[in-house]
Ligand binder design. Structure first.
Ligand code: T6T
Length: 326
């Protein structure tokens, strides 16, 4: 076996062992089928993560007798999401499931919605003071960032400079991932160094350009962590354009269809797939419990599946991939 394959194989074995069990989201005892109106507000439209979450939302709502309307901003931007929330509130839904675009800017509009008696469930992202919410449901994003570093350390055991491609400061999830990654790099005591924390603004083209620029500036770059789907797509393009596929190890959050293609092509080595479907299911359950006087859970943490070339086509790997439609 070639040296690179040995490294890859041992890394893969370790990564496979790194599959984190999700919290068991046991089925709800059936709530009253009273036609409750649930509004689902995505973080951004056209994102495989929220599309998959929407599949879970719709499936669970159907089971529990609720109706769902879905909206979302064209960009991950609170100035676009706030008027959408206000328009949804004006339709008087019973509950709103929302992934807030910014942990500060969405605080007051959400508090105002809760004051009107609408049950608010925060799915994926959160705000700084979420006490008004029935429930917050998300991955352990900080831990995911740490795990991304561990994956890079397995893939590039010699150490060296690494790059972090975030989205935009102010998003609870990706901020936590970036922090987890940065703290883990720091804990390596100089074996790895973070050359910079970049921000893609959720635009693959920006991520690609920042990646090629960083590679040009740091020829010995050994790894890149991309903290969400669109950043990851751009990082893969940048690494490819620089002719560094497989040389620079790329680990990213999420598992959209294009990310899976990049993994299969060998441009990306590992995907940290979240459980958006389960987040959607749990979100509807919590909303319905709140509406029918049942006990709710303030914080629910869902798990990850780490997808590599070794498990991408297994039932586990396939089930963890995000959907383009339900
Ligand atoms: O990574 C997910 C989500 O968890 C994050 O909050 C925003 O980006 C995604 O939707 C992927 O694009």
């Amino acid at each position: 076996m070639k040296q690179s394959n040995i490294v890859k194989k041992s890394a893969i074995t370790a990564l496979s062992l790194g599959v984190v069990a999700g919290l068991s989201l046991g089925m709800a005892p059936g709530a009253n089928a009273a036609g409750e109106k649930i509004a689902f507000i995505q973080g951004v439209m056209g994102d495989g993560f929220y599309i998959t979450m929407g599949c879970g939302v719709n499936a669970q709502a159907k089971k529990m007798g609720a109706t769902v309307t879905t909206n979302g901003p064209a960009k991950f931007d609170a100035t676009l999401q706030k008027p959408i929330l206000e328009a949804v509130v004006a339709t008087n839904p019973d509950a709103i499931l929302i992934a807030p675009n910014d942990k500060v800017a969405m605080q007051k509009p959400l508090e105002a919605a809760a004051k009107k008696g609408i049950k608010i469930v925060l799915v994926d992202t959160t705000v700084n003071k979420p006490s008004f919410a029935v429930s917050e449901i998300s991955s352990n994003n900080y831990k995911g960032g740490q795990q991304a570093f561990e994956a890079i350390a397995l893939l590039a055991p010699q150490g060296g400079p690494v790059l972090a491609m975030g989205v935009k400061p102010g998003i609870s999830t990706t901020d936590a991932r970036d922090q987890g990654f940065a703290d883990a790099v720091k804990a390596s005591n100089g074996k790895y160094t973070l050359v910079s924390q970049e921000y893609s603004l959720n635009e693959p083209a920006v991520a690609a350009q920042l990646t090629t620029a960083a590679i040009a500036k740091t020829p010995g770059l050994v790894g890149v962590f991309a903290s969400n789907l669109f950043s990851a797509e751009g990082v893969a393009t940048g690494v490819k354009q620089a002719g560094k596929e497989g040389v620079i190890k790329v680990v990213s959050f999420d598992a959209g269809p294009d990310q899976v293609k990049a993994l299969k092509a060998g441009t990306v080595q590992a995907l940290i797939a979240q459980q958006p479907y389960q987040i959607g299911v749990a979100g509807v359950q919590q909303a319905m419990y709140a509406l029918t006087g049942k006990k709710t859970t303030k914080k629910i943490t869902t798990g990850f599946t780490i997808i590599t070339q070794a498990n991408v086509d297994t039932p586990l790997g396939k089930a963890a991939q995000y959907r383009a439609k339900c």
